[in-house]
Design a protein around this ligand. Structure first.
Ligand code: ISL
Length: 583
């Protein structure tokens, strides 16, 4: 008997050791036969931290963040416990759309540093066990890219077919909506060759023609350039839009209200992704994430179903589009939405989870409460949501401090092409400029792009010079240095919950079940795995609220709470979050 027990505990110890080493050290992209978790993958277990390079840390005093700045903060990044960094584009760009208009795909933007600095950054990350994801922007290039300069020079230029053209003798092109254009017109007339070119985004971002196999090969070559350096993953910008029906048929009237639905999954899109997988992705142990994935879970699944050999995961926009500025927003709707998407991916496929990024307002302003009274509690509560749901969490720089929307009240403070062109459009149409500014205080992308708040010194320790975008004035109290000293800060809470997730595969793989579905104030769910269960309770209100789940919480083991005096009952304090282990 004694021997059996000994043998059993030895087996358990070995199993545990194998499990934890595999769990801590990212392994192959797909699961091996010996894995006890079906579909196990390092990128499912990772916490991704997104850095907006322009705004993280300026090392050379020009008011713009740069690679050396990021390098100087590697130990801070490591201290967060995150596994992967995603950097917004750092390639050469005239910066009409802050780097999403690339003029040279293999050269680092001089403002950010050199290719050598990039190598140092990658090395510094890898030395700390952190992986790097690059942003790949290939729905369009910059109009200053050599390909476009060639393409526009004559109708017979070999690069002409790298882009979409409509010769003017055919008359006006079929209307296409542009997200950023002052007139929302995606066709720009070019006199030199008497033709229009297509740009779903700004005029300075002509769309690339994916129908052209030569273009696709150029892009694969560029991707290999970065992957061969050891880059660990790719975020495919606006990739759902790359495939177009090049006969440009008319869309139904009103299509421009939901352009993504019509642009989303064009002809041959999945052929292109599968080709990309054969030519590039399958040759590397990397993670891939598609930005946008059609308009339904079924369409999204087509991007990430492992049997299809396309991308690893995708982020959909439904969640991010549904916040408390939406007149139809309700917490029950929010819960339904996340529960629906979770159930659609419970057997296969994988999703990215996020509540903010560089195109969005700050998470805290969007779903929490950024008044001084509730800033900390509601930030921590939202972070708890992200870190305890199924999917790979993408966490946006500064959210670990509880940064909030800056709410500029004059157009001169804005830098983003989207806001500036919206404003011009309203001016042209005699629109209500005051109303527009009020909306931008909430929606504008610049709200989420203000410099990281390192300390209480001038410019928040981001730069010695005037930053390219104003620092949020709350930096004197909301900053990293102050939060390091406070064991209950938003920052230290983030570190704790990252650790909790990393130590509990249940939070990655466990089954999700929504509880007390119709509760208008509290989001409650369990995660279950291997006979273990955790309960998460999140109060989304600025007042106490009660959940009805019929559990005696006084006996449950509290793993983490965002209050120093956590409730151990079904009644939660304002914006309180608790994570329990249930027996
Ligand atoms: O289609 C959308 C919403 O329904 C848009 O959100 C769109 O997919 C999104 O704006 C694409 O964003 C990405 O590409 C843009 C760039 O400005 C963004 O910063 C980037 O995230 C153009 O490259």
């Amino acid at each position: 008997m004694h021997r059996i027990i000994l043998r059993l505990s030895a087996i358990t110890a070995i199993m545990f050791a194998c499990f934890s080493c595999k769990f801590l050290i990212p392994g192959k992209q797909s699961s091996s036969a010996s894995d006890s978790i079906p579909g196990r993958a390092w990128w499912k277990e990772a916490v991704v931290y997104q850095i907006y390079p322009r705004s993280f840390k300026d090392s050379d005093g020009d008011g713009v963040g740069d690679l050396k700045g990021i390098i100087s903060k590697l130990d801070y990044i490591k201290s967060l416990g995150v596994d992967v960094i995603w950097l917004n584009p750092i390639y050469q760009s005239p910066n009409y759309d802050n780097g999403y208009d690339v003029s040279d795909y293999t050269k680092i933007q001089p403002q950010y540093g050199s290719n050598e600095d990039f190598d140092h950054l990658l090395k510094g990350l890898h030395e700390r066990g952190i992986k790097l994801v690059m942003d790949i922007v290939v729905n369009h290039s910059s109009s200053e890219h050599a390909w476009f300069q060639q393409a526009k020079s004559s109708r017979t230029n070999p690069y002409r077919d790298y882009y979409h053209w409509w010769n003017a003798e055919r008359g006006k092109p079929t209307p296409r909506f542009s997200f950023f254009d002052v007139n929302n017109d995606a066709w720009k007339y070019d006199t030199l060759t008497n033709a229009y070119y297509l740009h779903y985004f700004a005029q300075q971002q002509p769309d690339l023609n994916w129908e052209n196999p030569k273009l696709r090969q150029e892009i694969y070559k560029m991707m290999r350039f970065w992957l061969d350096k050891g880059v660990d993953g790719l975020r495919m910008d606006a990739f759902q839009y790359v495939a177009k029906d090049t006969t440009f048929p008319a869309f139904p009237a009103g299509y421009e209200k939901t352009p993504a639905k019509y642009y989303g999954t064009g002809p041959h899109l999945h052929d292109y992704i599968q080709e990309m997988d054969r030519e590039v992705l399958s040759k590397y142990n990397i993670m891939t994430v598609a930005e946008g994935a059609g308009s339904s879970p079924e369409e999204a699944m087509n991007f990430v179903d492992p049997a299809r050999h396309e991308f690893n995961m995708a982020y959909h926009f439904e969640g991010i589009d549904f916040g408390n500025f939406d007149p139809n927003y309700s917490l029950t709707g929010f819960k339904d939405l996340y529960s629906f998407w979770d159930s659609s991916f419970s057997n296969k496929g994988w999703l990215a989870l996020f509540l903010a990024n560089h195109d969005q307002p700050r998470m805290l302003t969007h779903w929490g409460n950024d008044t001084p009274e509730f800033r900390e509690a509601s930030s921590k509560m939202l972070t708890t949501f992200l870190m305890t749901m199924r999917g790979t969490p993408y966490y946006y720089y500064g959210d670990e401090l509880g940064m909030s929307n800056i709410r500029f009240d004059k157009i001169e403070d804005y830098r983003d092409i989207e806001t500036l062109n919206k404003y011009k459009r309203a001016q042209q149409n005699n629109g209500d400029l005051k109303k527009l500014i009020e909306e931008q205080k909430i929606r504008a992308r610049d709200n989420g792009r203000t410099p990281f708040q390192w300390d209480a010194s001038t410019h928040a320790g981001f730069s010695i010079a005037e930053p390219w975008l104003k620092v949020n004035p709350n930096y004197t109290t909301v900053n990293q240095q102050a939060q390091e000293k406070d064991s209950n800060s938003v920052l230290n809470y983030f570190r704790k919950i990252v650790k909790l997730r990393k130590n509990n595969p249940l939070l990655v793989y466990g089954k999700y079940t929504l509880l007390d579905k119709n509760n208008p104030d509290i989001y409650a769910y369990t995660r279950e795995w291997n006979g273990k269960q955790m309960l998460v309770l999140l109060n989304f209100r600025n007042k106490a609220a009660t959940v009805h789940i019929g559990k005696d919480l006084s006996k449950a083991r509290l793993l983490l709470g965002n209050y120093s005096n956590p409730s151990k009952t079904e009644t939660l304090q304002p914006y309180e979050s608790v994570v329990y282990e249930l027996q």
